[in-house]
Design a protein around this ligand. Structure first.
Ligand SMILES: [Zn+2]
Length: 308
């Protein structure tokens, strides 16, 4: 009984602190004190664990997609960086303070540019909603509270508290993933892509790795793909947006028809080159517009036609 009273007092003392830290995350002070150093530490860890891929075409392609999403973010003070990781597994992840990492394997695995845009939007969504830094603060406070309680009392129920916190953390992680999927739909839609291709992406993952049974889903950090497909499919933006496969999708479709053998890697390189040419053409046209040179505008139109 004494331990319960003590823990209650401890929690009542910590609650205002939790409220200040969690609630105050929306301001620049908390960004500077928590998210920025956490991002720097996370970046150090990523650089120690993975080798970055500096292939100019693939990295350029990733950055172009990232730049489109970055133009739509709310947190304009965050230095979003889009990097390519030399890993064959199809994956992407985000760290606090704007580090977005896409694996080379994801670009090979994706069936269309829309799928990559959905995944990039999902990762940007994690940063937009401060998922990483909020989870860190929450876990820090909960663990400090449990450690303090453990030092003074060694009742068995504390072990259950740790176990409960573990499952609660998994539950919150799955909730964050669902929110990030929402952002993936939103960003894909805002950047002119078809967010419905996110469904294709999850279906392709299940085809390659096998669907996770629902029971084991409770031990996962991410919702099972069946639930993610269902959630993404119910978003209103899916119905509002007409599919726009883009150059990558056109190449993929051609490959699917067997009309021409195009390997995904080769397709990505061609699309990346086309997009880079288009970006350079647009920049030149803008420069020409500033100078009032109509010839430069004609050059931009030609660039778009070539990119098709
Ligand atoms: Zn995620």
């Amino acid at each position: 009984m004494r331990s319960r009273v003590s823990l209650a007092r401890l929690c009542s003392g910590l609650c205002p602190l939790v409220a200040v830290l969690l609630g105050g995350c929306a301001n620049d002070v908390t960004d500077t004190l928590v998210e920025r150093p956490l991002g720097a530490l996370s970046e150090l860890g990523v650089n120690l664990q993975f080798r970055m891929d500096d292939d100019p075409l693939l990295l350029g392609y990733t950055r172009l997609l990232g730049a489109e999403a970055k133009a739509k973010v709310h947190r304009t003070n965050v230095p979003y960086r889009f990097k390519l990781v030399d890993v064959d597994a199809p994956n992407a992840f985000a760290i606090p303070w704007g580090g977005i990492y896409v694996t080379r394997g994801l670009l090979r695995f994706a069936g269309s540019e829309d799928e990559v845009a959905f995944v990039v939007g999902h990762e940007v969504g994690h940063v937009e909603r401060r998922h990483g830094s909020l989870a860190f603060q929450r876990n820090l406070l909960i663990n400090v509270a449990l450690i303090l309680a453990t030092n003074r009392h060694t009742e068995d129920w504390l072990e259950y508290a740790y176990l409960g916190n573990y499952f609660l953390d998994l539950h919150w992680s799955r909730q964050n993933e669902t929110k990030a999927d929402y952002e993936g739909v939103r960003f894909a839609s805002m950047t002119g892509h078809d967010p419905g291709r996110g469904i294709d992406f999850f279906q392709r993952l299940d085809q390659r790795y096998g669907a996770t049974p629902r029971f084991w889903g409770y031990f996962e950090t991410h919702p099972i793909n069946r639930d993610r497909i269902s959630y993404v499919g119910r978003r209103p933006a899916i119905r509002r947006c007409a599919p726009r496969p883009g150059a990558f999708g056109r190449l993929a479709r051609r490959r699917a028809r067997g009309a021409r053998a195009v390997r995904p890697g080769a397709a990505i390189r061609r699309v990346a080159a086309a997009r880079q040419r288009r970006a350079v053409g647009a920049a030149r046209a803008d420069a020409g517009a500033v100078r009032g040179d109509p010839g430069q505008r004609g050059g931009r139109a030609g660039g778009h036609a070539g990119a098709g």
